[in-house]
Design a protein around this ligand. Sequence first.
Ligand code: TGC
Ligand code: FAD
Length: 402
Amino acid sequence: MLTITEPIAAGKPIFHWDDPLRLDLQLTSAEKEVQQKASKYAQETLLPRVLEAHRTENYEGIPSLVRELGQNSFLGINLHGYGFRGLNHVAYGLVSRELERVDSAYRTVYSVQSSLATEAIYLNGSDEQKEKYLPGLAKGELIACFGLTEPNHGSDPGSMETRATKVFGGYQLNGHKKWIGLATMADLLVTWARDEEGIVRGFIVEKGTPGLSVENIRGKFCLRAAPTCEFRMDKAFVPEANMLPKARGLSAPFMSLNKARFSIAWGVIGAAEACWQIAREYVLERRQFHRPLAANQLIQRKLADMETQIALMSQACLRVARLLDEGQCAHEAISLVKRHCAKTALEIALTARDMLGANGIVDEHHVIRHVLNLMAVNTYEGTDDIHALILGRAQTGISAFS
Ligand code: TGC
Ligand code: FAD
């Protein structure tokens, strides 16, 4: 029999316009504590830096950002042992959201280090590799990147050209990886290559390896506060001890992508919330036709749409996080939230930019920076089209990639 619980307290429930579905009531005290800590850090330390860093494409603050993320125990927050905090995926999502509320570049740094590179070693590494690298990655004393994409193979990494040839004592790597976050400042370059049997294998390439050359990609209009790079390996020797023994086949790098895509889905909600709240404050202040912009129906409709989308995205991401924690999350569910949240966050940022009129194109108001960043976020970690095809394949059984 269905039991209907009476409201505990008499009286009218209060509507929280900034959290209409009460995400806050769905979080545990440990999750709330992490969120508050991440929010304080991001607002007090990162927000004052971001305008100048984005404007001048200055990456000098990134090594200290990684160290600070480590000191706050945010790095690999969902992983266990080796100095990781051992919390859940909700905590990971909440930190991502607070970092991206300031800038997608800072959340990217977090995703690349925490999920892409660290999880690749955590899931596929030998005990010796884990003991050697994971404590430094957890503390942010080591910086790592993840080299999957190549100049000619982005959406289709399975066609990668990078090769690993067996030589005495290890492997010789030849290839070119492009669009790789953090590579120029990375101590460890987790790199994917096909071996002589055609199997995708993972390698930890250490900074300074002879034959390895790394450079920043210049002229980016998105994510200007953190480096996106390319690296070439010309007969770069990697010792046997640096080959990830448990990584065999494309599913190994894809396992890391899942967590980074999850981090993006949560993160972009932060960027969207920032744009929504900036736009709300702006239209309450700004007067045209002798009254606040906020007094117009068209403006209120936009605010209502933003609020609705953000509340629904937050619920979807929370659900995916809980499924991950329960071991019940198929990777297609992560594709669903990555695609939907990235696309919707960009729509919200564009709407906010419009509501700010001319001021919307000035970086001091922050919204245009989020617009530019979210364009790249819609491309990386699988484009909107690629995630649609993943979902289409799952429901039709037909692969439409080629
Ligand atoms: P496909 O046949 O689908 O799969 C090959 C093998 O991999 C398994 N697999 C997965 N395993 C775990 N998680 C997933 N998400 C998986 N997707 C596939 C699959 O079961 C199979 O395993 P097995 O054992 O049978 O061999 O491979 P495909 O070549 O047809 O690929 C299809 C496609 C398009 C889905 C895939 O190539 C893809 O996802 N493309 C997008 C590429 C991408 O997302 N690149 C991201 C690079 S990193 C990045 O952008 C960082 S941005 C910075 C930041 O995160 O902030
Ligand atoms: P393409 O694959 O060339 O796609 C171009 C267009 O064609 C897209 O619209 C796409 O949806 C569409 N398309 C492609 N295939 C199909 C198809 N079968 N059907 C229909 N449409 C299709 N990679 C890493 O390995 N590590 C990183 O750290 C990393 N960081 C990045 C940071 C930034 C800022 C950016 C922009 C990219 C980064 N990437 C990274 C690479 C990123 O994952 C790729 O850019 C992405 O996977 C898309 O590949 P592509 O750019 O080659 O586009």
